[in-house]
Structure formats: C-alpha cells, structure tokens
Design a protein around this ligand. Structure first.
Ligand code: ADE
Length: 234
C-alpha cells in the first residue's frame, strides 16, 4: 500500500491504462475487461484490475495535470511494478489538419516545466514515447479507420492559458495538440526503464473552437481504450 493506492501487492497488473477521469477508469474496466475488480478508491481515484484476451490489465485514474499524474505513476511503477503505462485522455487540437474526434499519438511532449524540473534543472530533456507501443498503436488506429496523427504535443500546467503568443510559437513549430500530463509520464517511464505512450482523442479545437459533442465522447473514449489495449499486447 502507498499513501494514494490501497491495492495489495499483486493487485496491480504490469500493464496499466491511465485515464485522467476516475469514472472513465470504471467505465473502461466494466466495458472492456473480463472480471474487473476494484483495487483502489482512495480519494475517489478508482483503479480496476481484470483481463483482456487473457492478459492482466489495470485501469487507474491519474487526475488532471502533471503533479497529480506524477503521484500515481511514481507509486504504480515504484511500489507495484507497473512496466507498461498508456495514458488514454483528451487534448485540444493546435493545427488545422488535426480535427475533433481524431486520435493523436504523442511521440514527444514540450513543456514549460514538469514535476521533474527539480532534478533535471537546466536540462531541456525531450521526453519520448516507447517506439514499440507507438508503432503498434498506429497500426491499431489505422485498422479502426480513425483519423490519426503522430507527432509532438504540449503538456501544459494551465488549462485557462492566457498566453496566446506562446500558442502561436508552438503552432509554428508543429505542435499538434495540448493536454496536461504526457511529459511527466514519459519522463518517469524513462527514469524507471518502463514503457509509456499517450493515446489522445481531440475533444476541442483551439483554432476553430469546435468541441466534441457529449454524445460522441463515449465512442471516442472507447476507441482509445481499444487502441491502447491492442498496442500493449501487440
Ligand atoms: N485537454 C483537452 N483539451 C485541452 C485544452 N484545450 N487544454 C489543455 N488540456 C486539454
């Protein structure tokens, strides 16, 4: 047990899917896993473990933002032995060719800072995805016929960002989308020799201000869960 996870040793699988929203963890486990069982609910942050095609999987919430994700990912890797960690979340599109409902597979993530800044200090570390997971997720998304983009994203510390000049520079430099967790996930995975990937659905568009209608959210989220599961066990 850890300060934030009450699971017993052995209750967490080596493969963990990480939605930000704990209720999404519950929905995904009940929808896609066989025999899902609740393994954590400290602070309402649900974790479920079950099987998918005979493989053991945990689906655990992370909360929003890198400080929250960092707590759960540190504990999942260091105390419970998680080895493959796939974020399934939403992002805001920053390029015209990236459309609402499309999937973005984050090859790397730019930041102003992460919780790891304290140890990396002046180093502009480039966090990157596990290539095997990335390639497998790309194949799984293509097989589904989902619009898919692979490239760099931005992990922001603020949702209500008031620096449009910064967005412009990121758009000029090809950043596909903004979310709030991936850079720290990739940095922690690298530090602990684990595999990580972020599979993101575009929920809103910074250029067109379009947003994913509520009735489409479940289907898009379900597609992401399947892409992540297929990539994990490819
Ligand atoms: N996640 C989904 N949309 C986002 C946005 N516009 N900014 C930051 N994180 C997001």
């Amino acid at each position: 047990m850890t300060p934030h996870i009450s699971a017993q040793p052995g209750d967490i699988a080596e493969t963990v899917l990480l939605p930000g929203d704990p209720r999404r963890a519950k929905w995904a486990a009940e929808t896609f896993l066989d025999s899902p069982r609740l393994v954590n609910e400290v602070r309402g942050m649900f974790g479920f473990t079950g099987t998918w095609k005979g493989n053991e999987v945990t689906i655990h919430g992370t909360g929003m933002g890198m400080p929250s994700l960092s707590i759960y990912v540190n504990e999942l890797i260091r105390e419970y032995g998680a080895r493959t960690l796939i974020r399934i979340g939403s992002a805001g599109a920053m390029q015209p060719q990236v459309k609402v409902r499309d999937v973005v597979l984050a090859m790397t993530s730019t930041t102003l800072s992460t919780p790891s800044r304290g140890i990396l200090r002046e180093l502009n570390y480039a966090p990157c995805a596990d290539y095997g997971l990335l390639a497998a997720a790309h194949a799984a998304a293509a097989a589904k016929g989902v619009g898919t983009h692979v490239g760099g994203i931005y992990s922001s510390d603020v949702f209500y960002d008031e620096r449009p000049d910064l967005n412009e520079q990121m758009q000029r430099h090809g950043i596909l989308a903004v979310e709030m967790e991936t850079a720290e996930l990739y940095t922690l995975a690298a530090r602990h020799d684990a595999r990580a990937l972020s599979v993101l659905t575009i929920s809103d568009h910074l250029l067109t201000e379009e947003a994913l209608p509520p009735e489409d959210r479940e289907r898009s989220f379900g597609d992401m869960v399947e892409i992540a599961l297929e990539a994990a066990f490819a």
